[in-house]
Design a protein around this ligand. Structure first.
Ligand SMILES: C[S@@+](CC[C@H](N)C(=O)[O-])C[C@H]1O[C@@H](n2cnc3c(N)ncnc32)[C@H](O)[C@@H]1O
Length: 330
């Protein structure tokens, strides 16, 4: 088979890469599926064993279609409310409802006795990815996405270990998790300490950040009477409460940060932090952060615009909020 001239690999550019150090019994090729992929993929193929080339080409040029096996019900409506990783001590219960009609209840057999499972899931509220991301914890420094647990990945798959509390038919009652309500789940695997836990493993830059964060929070977070009234109203009328996460973030470090969505308000000694579809306005004093007010994340001209309106989260709540606390002059 003449690989260079074409068939059945007409669509591929095969380029011998002599500059790359490869084992002597291998030929190094760069395969670029013709026109259908933006990036090229390099692979090693043993010189005398080209039987796998068809399968390899199929893998490179095709896609894997994943279908959710179910959806999780959590109390977190927006990403801001979900922790970066589950906090074990949080006494929450979440329900993974597997879809009917596929015998998934049978697939759950024998999971009893496992106290934890892994969930493989879809960061479905994200679009796009970036090779470098700025993690929310630690200094404002970009890191390679594969060295992070960022949702902004080329294949947007999340991986979370959760406590398995109970199985009721197709419903799994789970402990604390970091998924927002309605997240599609692709797979469940048992958590096996002997395979999955390596307590002595080092964790690179995360170890450094953890060491820096080991000190107690530097700031006390206070709420003005207006901010308290607004937060109570949001909770009572709309079941929206972002205070726990707000306090956690601001108590550590209220300084401007892109991923933490903290910016300074131009011309004023005020800062704003994005909290899902909402914002909190705050000032910073010596060791005290004072939350002055809550605000809708979108101005009324956006909420009014029929072209944008459909995609705006919490739109009805934002309208009601503006009717009660009209927009302040920026
Ligand atoms: C840092 S990621 C870690 C996820 C998982 N434990 C992992 O390591 O792959 C967790 C964050 O993902 C975000 N998130 C949760 N559910 C999501 C969804 N369905 N789509 C997009 N982002 C989501 C939330 O902001 C949450 O804080």
């Amino acid at each position: 088979m003449n690989l260079i001239s074409g068939k059945p690999l007409l669509a591929l550019d095969l380029i011998a890469r002599s500059s790359i150090d490869v084992p002597r019994n291998e030929i190094y090729y760069a395969l670029r599926p013709g026109g259908c992929e933006k990036h090229s993929v390099s692979v090693c193929i043993p010189r005398f064993d080209l039987r796998g080339i068809g399968a390899l080409f199929r893998c490179l040029s095709s896609e894997l279609t994943l279908r959710p096996i179910g959806f999780i019900r959590t109390h977190k409506q927006v990403k801001f409310q979900a922790r970066h990783q589950p906090l074990e001590i949080e006494p929450e219960q979440n329900v993974l409802e597997l879809l009917p009609g596929s015998n998934y209840e049978q697939a759950l057999h024998d999971l009893t006795g496992f106290s934890r499972v892994w969930l493989v899931w879809w960061f479905h509220r994200n679009t796009g990815w970036r090779p470098h991301v700025m993690p929310p914890r630690g200094p404002a420094k970009r890191r390679g996405v594969f060295a992070t647990r960022s949702p902004h990945r080329p294949n947007p798959l999340g991986l979370t270990p959760v406590q398995l509390i109970k199985i009721e038919g197709r419903r799994m009652i789970l402990g604390a998790c970091d998924l927002v309500d309605g997240t599609p789940v692709f797979d469940i695997k048992p958590y096996i300490p002997a395979y999955d836990a390596f307590p002595d493993a080092s964790a690179g830059w995360i170890d450094e950040v953890d060491a820096a964060l080991a000190v107690p929070p530097q700031f006390t977070v206070e709420f003005s009477p207006l901010a308290v009234a607004q937060a109570e109203w949001l909770l009572a009328d709309w079941q929206i409460d972002f205070r726990p996460r707000l306090i956690e973030i601001l108590a550590r470090d209220p300084s401007p940060h892109r991923t933490r969505r903290i910016t300074s308000r131009r011309g004023k000694a005020e800062f704003i932090i994005g909290c899902g579809a909402w914002r909190a306005v705050f000032t910073v004093g010596p060791q005290v952060v004072s939350v002055q007010a809550m605000e809708p994340g979108y101005p009324s001209r956006f909420l009014n615009d029929p072209k944008r309106a459909d995609g705006l989260p919490d739109r009805a709540a934002q309208w009601a909020f503006l009717a009660r606390w009209p927009e302040r002059e920026a």
